[in-house]
Design a protein around this ligand. Structure first.
Ligand SMILES: NC(=O)c1ccc[n+]([C@@H]2O[C@H](COP(=O)([O-])OP(=O)(O)OC[C@H]3O[C@@H](n4cnc5c(N)ncnc54)[C@H](O)[C@@H]3O)[C@@H](O)[C@H]2O)c1
Length: 337
């Protein structure tokens, strides 16, 4: 399945197909120097499959995990490319999850003012979310994604079969981003996830539907001036929970919890059932004032106010600009209508 994405920077395509890894060179120009950036947790077989298709492959492995999305790795990889005389005619392939994709994308945006970038996302989160829409970034001084650029990949290849090796907890955490899109934008996708009895059986269609939602959003609002904010549903409280618990919970797990504070009780019951089905947390204890302090540090807050996304009915959403202090009511379950 080919999904074209329009962007003011570059129109590109997403190709979604099982085992497309083996056919990468049919879609990507690999007849140049190719730097494959991956992490040390991605199965080596994937790396070998891509490497074999490149005329002149180079590999750079980072340590798996968010901590690797940093300026030191950025500098090391740029130095590596310089020492191997990479030019603008060459290419970078990101092979991995959102960490590899965001870092590789940012390098490709800035090396020689821009070099070809192909993204082969292998985690569910990366397949449905981070590989589309052109956001690339690294973290700096404990601030996530504080240095970055808009740089869509020239092509995105999604092979759902790679999810078979993904840790099940990571898979389920990635599914939260799909539930987020379904809750805000597509009630039919919500019902598919709700009724699904075998996630692997349904996953291709679920990825496809999620990609269509994200396509629709980023094509209308590439730089997040208005509707792209809907993708932050669950994230304001989710990010704070992530920091509160010192990153011991996965991002998707925290977003799932964060979403629950942003919907009425009847809907919450339905969402909790789905989260439980995938062993995702549905309750967590924290000190509300301490959590609020973390939300004041959120880089999306302006003058102690923040945009939050609220879902009253599945497939619809409201963006509310509220005082951060008023979030206390949401956290207590006393939600203003
Ligand atoms: N650019 C965007 O629009 C955007 C959107 C959402 C999230 N993000 C970013 O994405 C990152 C999170 O991405 P993530 O959840 O993919 O985390 P990740 O990249 O850390 O991957 C999670 C883990 O899964 C492993 N993994 C990935 N694919 C695998 C596979 N097929 N088989 C076995 N192991 C595999 C990785 O090695 C890693 O250990 C964060 O840095 C976040 O800021 C970016």
């Amino acid at each position: 399945m080919i999904i074209p994405i329009k962007s003011s920077i570059l129109n590109y395509q997403i190709v979604l197909e099982k085992d497309i890894l083996y056919k990468a060179k049919e879609y990507l120009n690999l007849n140049c120097k190719v730097l494959i950036i991956s992490d040390d947790n991605i199965p080596n077989t994937y790396l070998e499959i891509i490497k074999k298709q490149c005329l002149n492959p180079f590999v750079y492995l980072i340590t798996a995990g968010e901590k690797s999305k940093n300026i030191t790795n950025y500098q090391k990889i740029i130095s590596f490319m310089m020492s191997h005389h990479f030019s603008r005619k060459d290419a970078i392939v990101a092979l991995g999850g959102g960490v590899v994709g965001d870092l590789s994308g940012f390098i490709s945006a800035t090396y020689m003012r821009g070099i070809t970038f192909y993204n082969i996302p292998t985690s569910l989160l990366a397949q449905v979310d981070s590989s589309i829409g052109g956001k690339t970034a690294i973290d700096f001084h404990n601030y996530k994604n504080i240095i970055g650029a808009f740089k869509p990949a020239n092509m995105v290849l999604i092979d759902p079969n790679t999810l078979k090796t993904l840790d099940i907890r990571q898979l389920h955490a990635g599914l939260v981003e799909v539930i987020k899109m379904a809750l805000t934008c597509d009630s039919s996708l919500f019902e598919i996830i709700e009724k699904s009895e075998d996630l692997f059986y349904d996953i291709d269609f679920i990825i496809y539907k999620a990609l269509l939602i994200k396509k629709n959003i980023v094509e209308q609002d590439e730089k997040e001036n208005n509707i792209r904010k809907v993708l932050n549903f669950g994230h304001t409280i989710g990010h704070a929970i992530e920091s509160y618990f010192d990153m011991t919970l996965l991002h998707g797990e925290c977003v799932g919890l964060g979403m629950l504070y942003m919907m009425p009780n009847d809907l919450k019951e339905r969402v909790i059932k789905i989260l439980k089905k995938y062993n995702l947390p549905t309750t967590i204890d924290f000190d509300i004032d301490k959590l609020l302090k973390l939300i004041y540090l959120d880089k999306k807050s302006i003058d102690n106010k923040i945009d939050i996304v609220f879902v009253k009915e599945i497939g619809t959403y409201e963006i509310r600009n509220i005082k951060i202090s008023d979030l206390k009511n949401y956290l207590k379950g006393e939600i203003p209508s």
